[in-house]
Design a protein around this ligand. Sequence first.
Ligand code: CTP
Length: 419
Amino acid sequence: MTSAASSAGSRPRVVLGVAGGIAAYKACELLRRFTESGHDVTVVPTAAALEFVGAPTWAALSGKPVSAEVWDGVHEVPHVRLGQTADLVVVAPATADLLAKAAHGLADDLLTNTLLTARCPVVLAPAMHTEMWEHPATAANVATLRSRGVLVVEPAEGRLTGADTGKGRLPEPAEIFEVARDVLARSQAGSSSATGALDLAGCHVVVSAGGTRERLDPVRFLGNRSSGRQGYALARAAVARGAEVTLVAANVDLPDPAGVKVVRVESTAELRDAVLSATAGADAVVMAAAPADFRPTQLSDVKIKKADDGSAPSITLQQNPDILKEISTHRARPDAVIVGFAAETGDATGSVLDLARAKLARKGCDLLVVNDVSGGAVFGSADNEAVILGADGSAVDVPHGSKAALAHLIWDQVVTRLS
Ligand code: CTP
């Protein structure tokens, strides 16, 4: 066996496998994203994939010759060289047939040979009809591949070929790219071995994101400025670490992350219902959402009109349930790790950290991620800065960085507590 990994300073080597499904055309965009962000990509389609998108397209977009067979350029021994020298293998779309071959170690073309020789992380993004995805044979093949450390991304739900809808759609290429890039970055950072990087494999995690809205009348609501970006970054990072992820999203205008079950909600009451039902079997829950603390006591079913005398209506509010406190004090699973967020500004009664420590104790969660939001800097931005407080007294300072980086540091803390 030759060592994989490209030499220092060279571009990361990615093998993009494309199996024979209609979603093969979407792999063109995935390829572009890899090449435009500095990856050295070799496309390896199957013969069936070439029925959907021809070799000239792959060759033009990758800048390299393309073959589906082991018989081209035999003097370069491509059937072992490509896998051995890759830093990452991604197959999108992966068909039921490709999953079966990979699970059973068949090697009758260049892609399946490459999968057998690769020692780098392997990401498979299946796409097929719902019946095929749900077939016990496919389920068993997926389980086998996952048990060997392959990251099999759950397909999305939605429109399939023809008039069908259901589970089996290829996630958006931009989102597959995010997962693949994350897997590659973690592997290159040497944070873990190719298989150990999937340290949330077998875990079900629930993440809430966004800001809830409380309706006043058919056109107005009380809301807040949460964009949902941190929760979405947490969901993406958990997928890249092998977790089954449920994302409860309150009014978030972002594309669905690949491999994530997204449950959309509007109000705090709906958020509570969705979180409680998903939490029953969860290993970890991260409440990154900003639920409205209050809702109008009365919801008007007609638009509230201005009064001619210039007076303004009074709105009375009542408190919403505290979901984090509820799931922390009445735990569905005593061993689950529960994480809250606190956006604090500090006040006359205490500093940001004083208030956060008190909040951690009050809520009863295991970890509290504290953002200093004096000046409103965090909302909607791509970056974040935080302290992760533990109920055990720990405090991890997270310097200014991306929300994705913070997400991984949060999962690091969760993983330590899960094990
Ligand atoms: N949270 C919740 N349910 C609520 C309000 C907040 O589950 N009704 C969760 C948030 O998702 C977050 C954490 O509690 O993880 C802290 O939110 P924050 O708004 O800072 O806490 P509050 O309890 O509302 O405290 P404060 O009085 O400081 O606003």
